[in-house]
Design a protein around this ligand. Structure first.
Ligand SMILES: C[S@@+](CC[C@H](N)C(=O)[O-])C[C@H]1O[C@@H](n2cnc3c(N)ncnc32)[C@H](O)[C@@H]1O
Length: 206
């Protein structure tokens, strides 16, 4: 595998030296789209948050700052991502507000526990949207919200170029996401599209 392909493929499941570099880079690289997505969360005051595919942990930290009375569980299936998330959120962990757990979104152990679930820049890699969305749905309390935030809306050139380079990556269209959410048991799906960029924040209710 070429060096560039090896490096960008670390976004799927960060591992080893390149993986550590990638998770640090993602914290900065995804900050703007993640903050834009979080700004669309206007009607929730969650006590319990599940941050899925937490990567370097920066978005978990921002959610804890946005919701000062909340507690958050950050999960990822990559050990490198978990290590970085723990380091980034060490203060929140010691205050008892943040837990970091290894987990695969295709098989979650949580049931009726969370008011809000978030997925930033991660559903591209999930093995089957409907199945994984159903797992998130199961983890939410009735009325809980799920936000998906992506910088690709599945039609932009940059997203599709990465899709060609990274094995197993799929940039889903808004329609594909919305259909999978409804099939997985969500209702009231609301999609925000950035005015000038292909960024999307899809918010669904259980
Ligand atoms: C591109 S990174 C995004 C990280 C972070 N959310 C951000 O916005 O910077 C994708 C993350 O999703 C995780 N991930 C991908 N598939 C996953 C799965 N099936 N279960 C849990 N985590 C997964 C990867 O390990 C990686 O940390």
């Amino acid at each position: 595998m070429g060096l560039f392909k090896n490096f960008v493929s670390q976004t799927r499941k960060p591992e080893g030296f390149f993986g550590k570099m990638m998770v640090n880079g993602m914290n900065n690289g995804h900050a703007k789209v993640a903050d834009w997505g979080m700004s669309k969360l206007t009607t929730v005051e969650p006590e319990d948050i599940l941050e899925v595919g937490c990567g370097g942990g920066r978005n978990a930290h921002e959610l804890l700052l946005k919701y000062p009375d909340s507690k958050l569980t950050a999960i990822d299936y990559s050990e490198v991502s978990l290590e970085q998330t723990k380091a980034y959120n060490s203060e929140m962990i010691s205050k008892g507000r943040c837990e970091v757990e290894q987990g695969d979104v295709s098989n979650l152990k949580y049931q009726n526990q969370y008011d809000l679930a978030t997925a930033f820049e991660t559903i591209y890699f999930w093995p089957g949207l409907e199945k994984c969305f159903a797992e998130v749905n199961k983890a939410l309390k009735p009325g809980g919200k799920f936000m998906i935030c992506n910088e690709s809306d599945g039609t932009d050139k940059a997203g599709l170029q990465f899709e060609n380079i990274i094995d197993g990556m799929k940039c889903h269209t808004v329609e594909e996401i919305e259909v999978a959410l409804i099939k997985a048991g969500f209702s009231k799906v609301n999609t925000n599209h950035h005015e000038t960029k292909p960024w999307i924040a899809v918010i669904a209710e259980k």
